[in-house]
Every structure is written in structure tokens, then in C-alpha cells.
Write a protein that binds this ligand. Structure first.
Ligand code: APR
Ligand code: PHB
Length: 390
């Protein structure tokens, strides 16, 4: 089989790339090793930057998003039993964030590829890339029990952190920056309406917590836990008790609403960057090249920023207008990647409990007091959170 762009991975990065290329009249094939049902039901984060919403809307993917999402103009930082609102919109000239689950974005993208006659092959296996430094790279894979080879002009590695594409870059040709955190997040989905109008990030001496939402009937909440926490040790009662304790306000004015928990899991937190994001005819995008801790709500948005750049570069190449955008793809993306890496590390450092270090905790409180009382500091948080211009 032959295509212009062979894409490994049907997460938000791979699917959005295929969609953007389609709009440019560029052919692509997406190869995914999991089933469609699995990819569409995989629970992940749910905060979209304004730039991400604009790109999805401008490329015809805004209908359900605008119908079913929630738009927030602020968020709350809670510490020492008190909440402090950060007015994101007032501090950023009216920009907002949109709450819309990542799996909803994935569902919309798959539906659009199907509508537009795109090729997305699910449940492939034995995926292997080759000839990356030639002008005819190939992707070998097995589908329906038969071996195939996809010949491409370019390969896009959108196969996430645990994929095969990054490892296809010879070790001597890449540098990996890695930081793991001494904690994870225990996340739940519960059938209950939100207890607050906006997201609540809490620094508590028992650990971080986050109150987020998916719809007027469903909430998403997180508790800081051990990186290898045993979810089996957390009954629903214990989860609610811990959420109540960490989110309680000194004046008692806040009530956390409970409801049936229908999904719970633990995820470790990590910061990771691979440089460069290109090797020959292979271009990495999204989690295949970088991971951020979820505290800054940046993972999906950074994948979208990469894919937007890659689609522009490929459109320039395939329309015969040269390859300078592609030649600068890695360095251009890495500038944004490291900005987002810093913001996500900063939010994580300010809001989580790092062992029993009272001095560290006092420093965090001092930083939170500054961020919630200084317009300059609050603006730094706000402009990074809503998303710096693409
Ligand atoms: N062959 C084919 N597909 C693969 C392979 C492989 N060898 N390895 C992984 N994949 C698929 C995965 O099953 C997954 O569907 O690649 C896809 C990668 O998707 P994501 O992990 O969602 O990564 P990305 O598209 O870059 O999106 C980044 O996802 O994890 C969140 O927080 C992250 O929001 C960010 C977003
Ligand atoms: C989520 O809604 O899942 C969410 C929101 C904000 C974050 C992380 C996750 O920082």
C-alpha cells in the first residue's frame, strides 16, 4: 500500500493530523494497535485551550464540542482552607478554557475521518518503521492476520509515550530529558453535578486534589497518591472522605457533593522530552515526544500544537513550496514544549505534597499567596493556562 503520510497512532495527535492533511488534499493512513472501542473510551484529561478549540472549530470539528462542552472563565486555587479565584479571562483579554473530555475529541475525529473517507486501521500489530533516512520510508504491520507494508513519503510518530516510533531514532541521535514525581493521581468519574462553578486546585498537607467536571451530571476528581498506589485499597467511601478532608474550607462554606463513582484509576506523573522531534522522514508529535504532568492540563493541547505545525510543514512540502517549515519543525515545537514543561512542573511543584518537609510546604504557601494576590503573578498563570498564542 502507498500513501503520502503514514501515521502511527490514533490518539488525538494522529487523528487530528490525518484530518488536517485531508483538508489540504494530502493522503494519509492511520495505524492503531488498539480497537476503536478502546480508543474511544480511554478516559484522559478534559481541558481545551482557546487555541485548540479555535483550531477544531475552524476545521469543522466544533459542532458537538460547542453543544456539549462547558466554558470556564476562571479557576480556583485553594490552600490553608481558603479558596482564591484566578480570573483567567480578565487577565488574558477575555480568553477562556473549555471542558470537553479527550475521548469526546477522539470520537469526533474518528467520525470525521470516517465521514471524509479516511483510512484508520484499528487493531493492527507488529508495527515497525524502516527506511527513515531514505526518500521512501515504510511501515510494516499485521492486520486481519496478514502482513502488510505501507510505503510513505513521510512517517508521523503519534504513537504516544509507549509507542515504537521514538525508539526508531538511533539512541545516539536523540537526547531524552526525564523527571518522575514521587506521587501519582487517583482519578474518579462520578455521576454527580459539580460542587463548584470552576475547577478547584487544592494544596493540602495531606496532598493535592483537583475538582474537575465533564458535564452538568458527571464530575472528574483527582487525589494525590503514591505513584504505585493500589486502587483496590480505595473504597468509594474512603475516596469521598479524603476528598471532603482536602477540599474543606475553614469557613465551612463549601459542600462537596457525592454521587456514584463509575470509573477510578491511578496514573503516575512524569515530565519527559525527546530531542529532536524529527529524524530523517520521521516526525514525532504529542506524547511520543513529550509528557507533562496533568497539573497544567497541557498534554492534549501540546499534541494539538505539534500537529498544527506538522500539518503546515507537510502542506508546504506537498504543494512544492519547499521544506523550511519541516526543517524547523523540531526546534519550533521544542520552544513551546519547554515553555509548557516549565509551566506544568511549576504548577505541580506549587500544589503537591513532597514528603514531610515543612519548609517546602511554607514555600508553597508563600508562592500561592503571591500568585493569588499579585496581578503580575496571576497573569503568568492565567496566560499559560488558557494557552499562549500558537
Ligand atoms: N502501533 C500502533 N499504535 C500504537 C502503537 C503501535 N506500536 N503504540 C501505541 N499506539 C497507539 C496507542 O494505542 C494510542 O491510541 O498510539 C496512540 C497514542 O495516543 P496518545 O497516547 O493519546 O497520544 P497523543 O495522540 O500524542 O495524545 C496526547 O494523550 O495521554 C494523553 O495527556 C496526553 O492528552 C495527551 C494526549
Ligand atoms: C480533567 O478534567 O481531567 C483535568 C482538568 C485539569 C487538569 C487535569 C485534568 O489539570
Amino acid at each position: 500500500m502507498r500513501t503520502q503520510v503514514g501515521i502511527v497512532g490514533a490518539g488525538p495527535a494522529g487523528l487530528l493530523l490525518s484530518h488536517l492533511l485531508h483538508l489540504e488534499g494530502i493522503d494519509s493512513v492511520v495505524l492503531e494497535d488498539r480497537s476503536r472501542a478502546y480508543v474511544e473510551s480511554r478516559v484522559r484529561a478534559g481541558v481545551l485551550e482557546q487555541g485548540t478549540v479555535e483550531l477544531l472549530t475552524d476545521t469543522g470539528l466544533g459542532d458537538r464540542l460547542h453543544r456539549e462542552s462547558l466554558v470556564h472563565r476562571g479557576l480556583e486555587l485553594r490552600f490553608d482552607g481558603e479558596g482564591h479565584r484566578i480570573d483567567l479571562s480578565a487577565l488574558t483579554g477575555g480568553r477562556t478554557i473549555t471542558i470537553y473530555g479527550q475521548q469526546e475529541v477522539v470520537k469526533d475525529l474518528i467520525a470525521a475521518r470516517e465521514r471524509d473517507g479516511g483510512t484508520v486501521l484499528f487493531e493492527v500489530s507488529d508495527v515497525a518503521v524502516d527506511g527513515l533516512t531514505s526518500d521512501r520510508p515504510t511501515i510494516a504491520y499485521t492486520h486481519d492476520g496478514r502482513a502488510h507494508t505501507l510505503e510513505c513519503d513521510v512517517v508521523a510518530g503519534c504513537d504516544g509515550f509507549h509507542g515504537i516510533c521514538r525508539a526508531a531514532i538511533p539512541a545516539g541521535e536523540r537526547t531524552e530529558y526525564d523527571r518522575t514525581y514521587p506521587f501519582g493521581w487517583l482519578g474518579i468519574l462520578a455521576r454527580v453535578g459539580p460542587s463548584s462553578d470552576e475547577l478547584v486546585y487544592t494544596n493540602h498537607e495531606r496532598g493535592f486534589s483537583l475538582l474537575s467536571v465533564r458535564s452538568p451530571e458527571v464530575c472528574r476528581m483527582y487525589l494525590q497518591c503514591a505513584p504505585d498506589e493500589d486502587i483496590g485499597a480505595w473504597s468509594d467511601e474512603r475516596i469521598w472522605e479524603e476528598l471532603h478532608t482536602r477540599t474543606a474550607t475553614r469557613n465551612g462554606g463549601f459542600t462537596l457533593r457525592e454521587g456514584p463513582i463509575f470509573e477510578k484509576g491511578v496514573a503516575a506523573l512524569r515530565s519527559f522530552v525527546c530531542e529532536p522531534m524529527q529524524y530523517g522522514r520521521l516526525f514525532l508529535a504529542g506524547d511520543a515526544a513529550h509528557i507533562v504532568p496533568a497539573t497544567g492540563a497541557k498534554g492534549l493541547n501540546l499534541a494539538v500544537a505539534d500537529v498544527r505545525r506538522l500539518a503546515e510543514g507537510l502542506a508546504q512540502l506537498f504543494s512544492g513550496q519547499g521544506s523550511d517549515l519541516l526543517e524547523h519543525y523540531s526546534e519550533t515545537c521544542l520552544r513551546r514544549v519547554w515553555r509548557v514543561q516549565h509551566f506544568s512542573w511549576w504548577m505541580t511543584s506549587m500544589l503537591h505534597r513532597f514528603g514531610d518537609d515543612p519548609y517546602q510546604h511554607r514555600l508553597q504557601i508563600a508562592e500561592l499567596q503571591y500568585v493569588t494576590s499579585s496581578t503580575a503573578a496571576a497573569t503568568t498563570l492565567a496566560e499559560n493556562y488558557v494557552g499562549l498564542p500558537l
